[in-house]
Design a binder for this molecule. Sequence first.
Ligand SMILES: Nc1ncnc2c1ncn2[C@@H]1O[C@H](COP(=O)(O)OP(=O)(O)OP(=O)(O)O)[C@@H](O)[C@H]1O
Ligand SMILES: [Mg+2]
Length: 366
Amino acid sequence: MAEAMIEFQNVTKQYQGGQAAVDGLTMSIDKGAITVFVGPSGCGKTTSLRMINRMVEPTSGVITVGGADITSVPAPQLRRSMGYVMQSSGLMPHRSVLDNIATVPRLNGVSKADARKRAQELLDVVGLASSLGKRYPSQLSGGQQQRVGVARALAADPPVLLMDEPFSAVDPVVRDELQQELLRLQRDLAKTIVFVTHDIDEATVLGDKVAVFGLGGKLAQYAAPEEILRAPANDFVASFVGRDRGFRHLGFSPSDGVTIHPVRPVTPEQLRQEGSSGDWRLVVDDALRPLGWAGPGPAGAEPVMVAGGSLFRKGDTLRRALDAALSSPSGFGVAVDDDGRAAGLIAAAEVLAVIESDRNIRHGGL
Ligand SMILES: Nc1ncnc2c1ncn2[C@@H]1O[C@H](COP(=O)(O)OP(=O)(O)OP(=O)(O)O)[C@@H](O)[C@H]1O
Ligand SMILES: [Mg+2]
């Protein structure tokens, strides 16, 4: 039997005033393996992940890492012993790529020269040209930024890597590449990786084990991917797995019926000047290329940027349209033109309606 690295023992998290975000979670995460948390939005994946490095404290229950209760380790120290890759690459925009990668080793007291040297090596490990080290994050593509995020998480050589939807902001082709890269890396490094995704395909490609979370933060099934596909534990898992399978044919369906709505994006400068508002706003660079979304917030507050989900190009398949809309934090997928400029928005509900009518036609309904 595999050795356990991380254990959740009856862990519950209740945010103030809400339902349980995670409800009585008990599971054991194997050392040196990739464990994937998958499930619909809001089912407690991020909360569960963040409890492992104490970015979120459980309401009740115990979590151990390497056999030790994590509350016995000061939170900052614990956090530095684990790599963390966020959905938005989370890179510091005013620091070079190398300095971004060197952040945690520097915090751990490694000299500047040594930390940079290691950062330079890590560029190679994650498949980036060493010349990119001098650039700033905004001068990299989305996929390159994600690789830098992975390099940064690896920099302190932590035994545990926590990855929260690290590949969801890139297009499906780059995502496949990054997945293969991660598997290749893992063959050499054998870290204990906990990986969050909303995509069952990604979960089954990457996971040695897959944990399917259901609504209300309950663990619905925890098993090897083959078993989850072959023998879903209940209707919820079956529909979650099956729903996505049912969507597979969409990879061949045209997306002609999907309406592209006009969008009024803002530049980071405009966003800073205007502050938060009640709506999600699309943030673009000077060339109109999407940078991410600014979340809604109290008027005047500093807006929070979130990575944007995959992009949709006119002429892409329905599956890509759905992917763009579902992976976007705002519920709107971003359509781009051939030069990658934001051209409009597509709404998740409308994409689903097109899929529904597409299916009715196939099955001779209507
Ligand atoms: N800081 C917070 N305060 C209050 N409620 C929160 C907070 N963070 C998350 N929640 C709630 O807890 C539940 C679980 O959220 P969580 O972010 O863990 O879900 P998730 O599975 O990661 O979702 P997604 O796929 O959308 O990222 C949601 O209902 C969410 O609204
Ligand atoms: Mg999440």
